[in-house]
Design a protein around this ligand. Structure first.
Ligand SMILES: *Cc1c(COP(=O)(O)O)cnc(C)c1O
Length: 235
């Protein structure tokens, strides 16, 4: 994994150079879905401290297992998958930020659980979230359609339990990455006009991180290029 991590860091550095950006502006989020806890521990040992999961149940178990393996580490965990409202409770105890808020119903459900956790003395302060933006508006693939973005960011900005940190997006299948990320960048600009604190732009994965960085991404989510064949065969 050492070699893979070095290669990913080199790609990020090269993309930043090409874009005239400082590499410190781009955070690396290791997507560890389907990766066993022992491999997450190995990534921790290599100095990574930000991991992303996309299934509530699998993630909750893994967060616990990683903590048992490395009790002194305090990594940040991000949720990047489709989230059912009845799973918000499963995610809240360990999640640093939910990056896949894509509907008013989900936003309200998170707000409600945050309020409950506050009342129970289990947390203080709002939960940072990203709104997931759908470039093509395909309802089957997650993300809020372009026409509904402003209303959703306004709602998230108004809910006391949530803090709008920015946007996440995936380049749709069949789209040229540059064309997709140009639209994502434009959506991020519009969002920042309404919500100046929404400075995070999570865009770019193993196959298209250079293009995303060229369009202003501040977080790249990398799975395959980091963990590749170590991934459990189920996905
Ligand atoms: C799996 C996944 C990634 C990582 O994709 P790779 O191509 O393996 O780097 C990034 N973002 C989301 C939302 C994912 O589900």
């Amino acid at each position: 994994m050492t070699g893979r991590l070095a290669a990913v860091r080199d790609r990020i550095a090269a993309a930043c150079r090409d874009a005239g950006r400082d590499p410190s502006e781009v955070a690396l989020l290791a997507v560890t879905k389907t990766v066993p806890a022992t491999d997450v521990a190995a990534l921790l040992d290599l100095g990574l401290g930000a991991f992303a999961e996309n299934r509530a149940q699998e993630a909750a178990a893994k967060v616990g297992a990683v903590h048992e393996l490395r009790p002194d580490a305090a990594p940040d965990w991000f949720f990047v998958g489709g989230l059912q409202r009845n799973k918000v409770r499963t995610v809240l105890p360990w999640v640093t930020r939910i990056d896949s808020v894509d509907s008013p119903r989900l936003a309200r459900a998170i707000d409600k659980e945050v309020a409950k956790a506050r009342d129970a003395g289990e947390r203080s302060g709002p939960l940072p979230v990203l709104v997931q933006y759908s470039v093509d508006g395909d309802p089957d693939r997650g993300g809020v359609a372009p026409a509904d973005l402003a209303a959703l960011t306004d709602l998230v900005g108004a809910l006391p339990g949530l803090e709008l940190a920015g946007l996440m997006a995936v380049a749709p299948l069949g789209w040229e990455a540059g064309a997709a990320f140009e639209q994502v960048a434009e959506a991020a600009r519009r969002t920042r006009e309404r919500h100046p604190g929404a400075t995070v732009l999570s865009a770019g994965m193993s196959g298209d991180l250079e293009s995303a960085i060229g369009h202003g991404s501040t977080v790249v989510r990398v799975g395959t290029a980091l963990v590749g064949d170590r991934r459990i065969a189920s996905e």
